[in-house]
Design a protein around this ligand. Structure first.
Ligand SMILES: Cc1ncc(COP(=O)(O)O)c(C=O)c1O
Length: 390
């Protein structure tokens, strides 16, 4: 599918800038750089459930097109009611957003922090949004020996000292989970200092249900007015184009965040999807889909790790649907991205993450036949190609 490159053409192709908007999943930039149709890429750069959305969501979308003729409910009442029931919290503890990304922005808009603490490497939006809202970002580095987590005492210090502190749980791009005891301590410290801890649980649904319940911090929100838990529905339920996520926090925080939300930012079709997902009458179907997803991801993640190891690549022990990987010189993430891009496969370079190196990249975990194609192509590339110098 990729167009042939003429000698000397590489420089014109913006190689190394596939993540020019700061994220994976940009198949449009990839098509410009590597040729071919955007839709034809096998996209390992965005971490979306390979099963696609559950069928009740697909049906709800097909049946709900008329909701385009109405303004969406600005109070998101039906979805919020179902979700509250599912989580066992009062609806006042929930804010529905246009993706977890909107909830993140609303937290910053409301809290107006002067300083924001992050632990590098982490999701780039923590820093980008903080800067957008004029906060100073203080990054500490995770330690390689701890799979890029910060030692507990450093995390606690960050939460105590900074107005707002973000923690990915599991963290992106490592997939590693913090200890819930340490995070609980950090949330208590933040409360003592009148600061706020934001725990980003965008990928926590990929854990086994009981483990997610034990590891999540959302139950602490009842007694802690300085803790915000973020959840995304776009990854696990495969609806990134619809945009849907939520925040769980004490009503005092939720009201402040809601005040900053643009009315109707969550559109009617996204609400239809959310209502279908959490409607008790779909519980059995959705539970079966959730189980199938978790089983598939664990199996494929371990298969991929083993195959990558055989190819000489280092990986980290992820609990999510992606893997942080490292390739040794003379290869770099950029040259590997270029070689695979030319063969129709898109990977996420992580070389630009603070604390990581030129050889770091991230792979989504997909279905077995895609994963086989990825490994087959990687094997070919490593055997047949010389890394380019871009
Ligand atoms: C760690 C993390 N949090 C939040 C988000 C945003 O998720 P959403 O699509 O729900 O806005 C992402 C998206 O990639 C992410 O990786």
């Amino acid at each position: 599918m990729a167009k042939e490159l003429k000698a000397g053409q590489k420089e014109e192709l913006n190689i190394g800038k596939i993540e020019q908007y700061g994220h994976g999943g940009d198949v449009w930039t990839a098509a410009k750089a590597f040729g071919g149709q955007a839709e034809a890429f096998l996209d390992y750069s965005a971490n979306i459930n390979p099963l696609g959305p559950p069928s009740c969501v697909q049906q709800a979308l097909q049946q709900s097109w008329e909701r385009m003729l109405q303004y969406p409910d600005p109070g998101h009442r039906k979805m919020k009611g179902y979700l509250a029931e599912r989580l066992g919290v009062e609806p006042e503890y929930l804010l529905i957003g246009n993706g977890a990304a909107e909830c993140m922005a609303l937290a910053l808009l409301y809290l107006k922090p002067t300083t924001v603490g992050v632990i590098a490497p982490c999701f780039s939006e923590y820093e980008a949004l903080s800067k957008q809202f004029d906060a100073k970002v203080i990054a500490i580095r995770g330690s390689k020996e701890l799979d890029y987590q910060a030692p507990a005492e450093e995390l606690l210090k960050l939460a105590a000292e900074r107005d707002v502190c973000f923690v990915g749980h599991p963290n992106n791009p490592t997939g590693v989970l913090y200890s819930s005891q340490v995070l609980t301590e950090a949330a208590n410290l933040a409360a003592e200092k009148n600061h706020t801890l934001i725990v980003d649980e965008a990928f926590i649904d990929f854990l086994d249900e009981d483990e997610a319940e034990v590891n999540s911090l959302y139950r602490l929100c009842e007694n802690n007015r300085h803790l915000i838990v973020l959840r995304s529905l776009t990854k696990f339920y495969a609806i990134p184009g619809l945009r849907l996520g939520y925040a769980i926090a004490h009503p005092s925080l939720i009201e402040g965040m809601k005040d900053k939300q643009v009315t109707w930012s969550v559109n009617g079709l996204a609400l239809a999807a959310g209502e279908a997902l959490f409607d008790p009458k779909h519980r059995e179907e959705v539970a079966a889909y959730e189980e199938e997803t978790r089983t598939l991801i664990v199996k494929e993640r371990e298969w991929l790790r083993a195959e990558l190891r055989v190819l000489g690549l280092e990986t980290w022990p992820s609990q999510a649907n992606f893997l942080l990987c490292h390739i040794e010189t003379p290869w770099t993430a950029a040259s590997l991205q270029q070689a695979l891009g030319g063969r129709g496969i898109l990977i996420r370079s992580c070389a630009m993450y603070e604390g990581l190196q030129d050889g770091h990249f991230r792979l989504a975990v997909k279905d077995h036949s895609s994963n086989e194609r990825l490994i087959h192509t990687l094997r070919q590339v490593l055997a047949e190609e010389q890394p380019s110098s871009s």
